[in-house]
Design a protein. Sequence first.
Lengths: 338, 262
Amino acid sequence: MAPVRRVARWGVWILAGLVPISLLAGIIVGPVMIPARDVAGSLIDSASDSVSPIHRVIVRRIRLPRVLLGFLVGSALAVSGVAMQGLFRNPLASPYVLGIASGASTGAALAILLAASSILFLPLGAFIGATVAILIVYGLSRGKDQRTSIFTLILSGVAVGALFSAATSFLIFLSSGGEKLSDVLFWIMGGLGRASWTSVGILAPIVCTGTVVVWALSRDLNALTLGEEGAFHVGVHPDSLARWLLGLTTVLTATAVAMAGTIGFIGLVIPHVARILVGPDHRRLVPVAALSGGCFLVWSDMAARIVFAPAELPVGVITAFLGAPFFLFLLKTRGARL
Amino acid sequence: MHIAMENITFGYDAATPVIRGVDLAVASGESIALAGPNGSGKSTLLKLVSGVLRPDSGAIEIDRVPIRALSVRQIARNLAMVAQERPVGFDFTVREVVAMGRIPHRARFARESVEDHLAIEQAMELADIRGLASRSIRAVSGGERQRVYLGMALAQQPRLLLLDEPTTHLDLRHQVQFMSIVQERSTAGMTVLIAIHDLTLAAQAAHRIALLSSGRLAVVGTPNEVLTQSNVKQVFGVEVTVGKHPKLGTVCVLPALTPRHS
């Protein structure tokens, strides 16, 4: 039986075409609908009289940074998911499997509870929390012979993740209700409400560089499907590859999570969707995952803004609502071939 | 390709050495079969030769260059390994798996060159897997899969081919098919080091046989010299009858079941 690769050749180009459409739709749709003509006017000419000033402010200050942040976060999570599933050769791996999300949540909760003004401290706290978690996990998985055991890596990731989740729960308990509690919970559920040009400016170079480097490692990721020794025998050193992948995933996921909270399911599901579209070859898989992850989060965020408008749903709820049934559908229909 | 192992010792932990002072030289173009009981160190020895493991003491040289001095990529350009089993990670086609054998010869972003293409096609021809090219690696049988991994190893165009019990899980037809291909490559001049349990097949495929026992080399020599009743009794602790193959004249090792309550 030949593998199913429906759009192997054209996948990347179709998706590349979908990107501007998604971004444009993300700017147009919201509690206040903005006609495409006004979007174009606001983007092209900053002083045009033909566009209402309110629309111009919404487009330039709110919607544009928000869709860009959404796209970047979605890409970062999807690419990290590809890297983790490739590293662990396990379809259930996600960027959060190493405790990054739990660490980030603890850091964010600490920042919210300790800092009066948390606008700056929140992403910083989340980033530090994520980094601390992964350093502990990585440290635990190094044996006496200085080699990293992938098996120990997963187990310590689960354990450290549980530890940090408990710490977060404890912090929530200490906060004893109130506004700060809902701040923490809202952050954990994930959302793009904090989007700003600053966050886009920080994330854009990181996500672009990180994605390109993961893509540059795609041949090595392919070799790793032969197992660690199999990779070694075709000239790919599994230990240094593992270090690169862990480092890249940490930076990509930690910055994405710091900006947008722990948005679930993108890092787990998008790599599978991409694999169904273009097959397991990482040279195609990485760019396709980056583009489809970005588009998926932009559309999910759009839904989050309008479903209960003017109230805003945490986007993590939407991604899980769409992602979980889809993942179950894949499990049912493709079974062991996943 | 010439390999020299000099007095190598190795243990996964310091207290229990698995390889104890092995000396073995493999001449260029020679084919050597490693045999011995489970746990005698055959796989470990192959891992030491392929550079996956490093010996605690002693030296391993490939064409007079210590293996320590070679990068992973340089090693992969010269030697290839077929393992007993490999994980089947994702849904690659058979041809894509064979093409992975070209990784050590290819620049990171290079497309498949004419040279790569020829190596892949030739390897699939040699491993008799042409007809499987577009099938999923997950959808082929165990016997076919071992030939796919052999094809991948051949696409590496190695000068030394290492095989770690490649036929253990195969049925008779696939065993014969697989070993015939290995023998063909050996005849064509490839240096082969194979760990194998089937002594009768080993006698046909290898120039020399090395019997390992508890991490030491018990006997090394031609199949006729090594596969004697007393050597097999000493190394495996089993009474066998040793005969001659009626057609080929090679050594046959014939075990007999021994009921415990007779």
